[in-house]
Design a protein around this ligand. Structure first.
Ligand code: FAD
Length: 469
């Protein structure tokens, strides 16, 4: 009979839970169809995240080919695709995949579960993407956690599944002919042809492993003291490989466990827990992409000023650390965590612009876009999420810059127009008197924007905005 291995956000052979089960459970005589389904309703136009993901798929396709494993593409509505496939191959009786536990993928999987059942196709679905699945860690009463710290305590106590290195694959994977696959490949090639990322995007399992090794050698033990400084660039940059599944989360976990204890190691582990935490929160709040988790903030009168939003997007707010963060995002498809917090706070507090607009902009631009972590991060910054920053703790963009980029060297990297500004003005160019501006030949408003809002004065307005909700 025929068996489908449906690859999604698990673009690797190493420690791939569904795929290793398939190899173990299927018979020599079974024909395995490895599939990648392209669903146009998931495509986001002009999106770094979308384009980068497909480059990872392409690399995976090539890697599989080298090992004589053909990856077949399907294009269209998943249910229609699978219906057509079943009509041709009525001996298809099992499907293996790593499940999506939240968001779009979860809804799709639920819909398809009915389809597979109706057609007597056995489902073999596994939790693969996280150290703990969405329902694994609950309070003793069975309720889900809402606050990170008690969740983290439980999470630490639970043992993690082993990492299983992929052994040599000895079986034969036939290339299966079908017009649907021809169409799928054609569409995939079209997608790839149109990709023009303005930055280098390295991908694949080997690259991911190199990033992990490099981080463990150079960054892990100093992670605690350096992770908040964008210039130090000491974080792991593993997020994009975890997002595409090019790296097994269990591989990361066990590699870190093998290291000696240090504060850096401990803090890094807690970050991996945040990833699981937000995944669990999204599962329990399936509407959270559109709706505030905290009920009392669902009626907030967010602002929708397109011009202000555009200035934020382009990194022209007049607050150097905010602008440097946004330009890092626009130029590289990635932004340092500290800056994500600063720019998200600026949009939602200083401008009082709807956090959903920021969340969607990040979705377009981030090569590590992960719905649960992104929505979690945005609702945290907007104070509307569970265990979020309280609304009265408002990031001051100037002091954040002074603290986390003290010499302004990171700002200068992304804002070359500020290159020659003396250090005393780098975080607050508007402090310069007319005389200073003249002496430097640098005029605020011409060479760099004036601050779009006065952070000092806006505080009472923000407090009233939340209090009156
Ligand atoms: P490291 O500091 O090396 O952390 C290691 C890993 O831990 C990361 O790769 C990530 O998987 C996980 N992690 C770290 N911090 C967090 C966190 N706060 N929440 C959840 N997981 C975390 N992360 C994403 O992966 N995708 C997103 O779309 C995303 N959007 C965000 C939006 C906002 C507004 C904020 C404040 C944070 C967002 N984060 C997101 C979390 C965090 O910024 C990134 O995971 C981190 O910057 C990725 O870089 P790194 O791999 O070098 O992280």
């Amino acid at each position: 009979s025929k068996i489908v291995m449906w690859f999604r956000k698990d673009l690797r052979l190493d420690d791939n839970t569904a795929f290793s089960h398939l190899l173990k459970q299927s018979k020599e005589t079974d024909e395995v169809m490895c599939i990648f389904q392209l669903n146009p309703s998931q495509f986001i136009k002009k999106s770094y995240n979308h384009d980068a993901f497909f480059l990872s798929v392409q690399t995976f396709y090539k890697e599989l080919r080298k090992r004589q494993i053909p990856l077949h593409f399907l294009y269209g509505d998943p249910e229609e695709n699978f219906t057509a496939l079943k009509e041709t191959f009525d001996d298809w009786d099992a499907v293996y995949f790593n499940k999506d536990e939240r968001g779009f993928g979860r809804v799709r999987d639920q819909k398809l579960a009915d389809f597979f059942e109706q057609h007597q196709i056995q489902i073999h679905a596994y939790q693969d993407s996280h150290l703990h699945g969405v329902e694994e860690i609950t309070k003793p009463t069975g309720e889900s956690y809402k606050v990170f710290t008690p969740y983290y305590k439980q999470w630490q106590l639970r043992s993690k599944r082993p990492y299983k290195k992929q052994q040599v694959i000895e079986r034969i994977f036939p290339e299966i002919g079908h017009p649907l696959f021809d169409e799928g490949k054609k569409q995939f090639n079209e997608i790839i042809k149109q990709i023009k990322l303005p930055f280098d995007y390295e991908c694949g399992e080997t690259v991911a492993e190199d990033y992990l090794k490099k981080f463990i050698t150079n960054g892990l033990h100093e992670y605690q003291s350096k992770r908040d400084y964008p210039l130090a660039d000491q974080t792991s940059k593993l997020s994009r490989f975890l997002r595409t599944g090019e790296l097994s989360i269990r591989k990361v976990w066990h590699a870190i466990q093998a290291e000696p204890e240090s504060t850096g190691r401990q803090t890094f582990i807690s970050e991996l827990c945040w990833r699981d935490f937000y995944n669990m929160i999204y599962f329990n709040h399936p509407k959270q992409k559109d709706q505030e988790i905290k009920e009392q903030y669902r009626e907030l009168q967010w602002h929708y000023d397109e011009q202000l939003f555009e200035k934020w997007r382009e990194g022209k707010t007049g607050y150097p650390i905010v602008d440097a963060g946004m330009r890092q995002l626009n130029q590289t498809g990635w932004m340092h965590n500290r800056l994500r917090m600063i720019v998200a706070s600026f949009l939602t507090k200083d401008l009082m612009i709807d956090w959903r607009m920021g969340e969607r902009y990040f979705q377009e631009k981030l090569i590590d876009y992960d719905s649960a972590s992104n929505i979690g991060g945005w609702q945290w910054a907007a104070s509307t999420g569970t265990d979020a920053v309280p609304y009265f703790r408002i990031f001051n963009p100037t002091t954040q810059g002074e603290k986390f980029d003290p010499t302004g060297a990171f700002i200068r990297m992304y804002l070359p127009e500020l290159n020659d500004l003396p250090n005393e003005y780098i975080h607050c160019p508007s402090k310069m008197s007319k005389k200073v501006q003249e002496s430097l030949g640098f005029y605020l408003g011409d060479h760099y924007p004036k601050p779009m809002v006065d952070h000092q004065k806006i505080r009472p307005e923000i407090l009233a905005f939340f209090k009156n909700s």
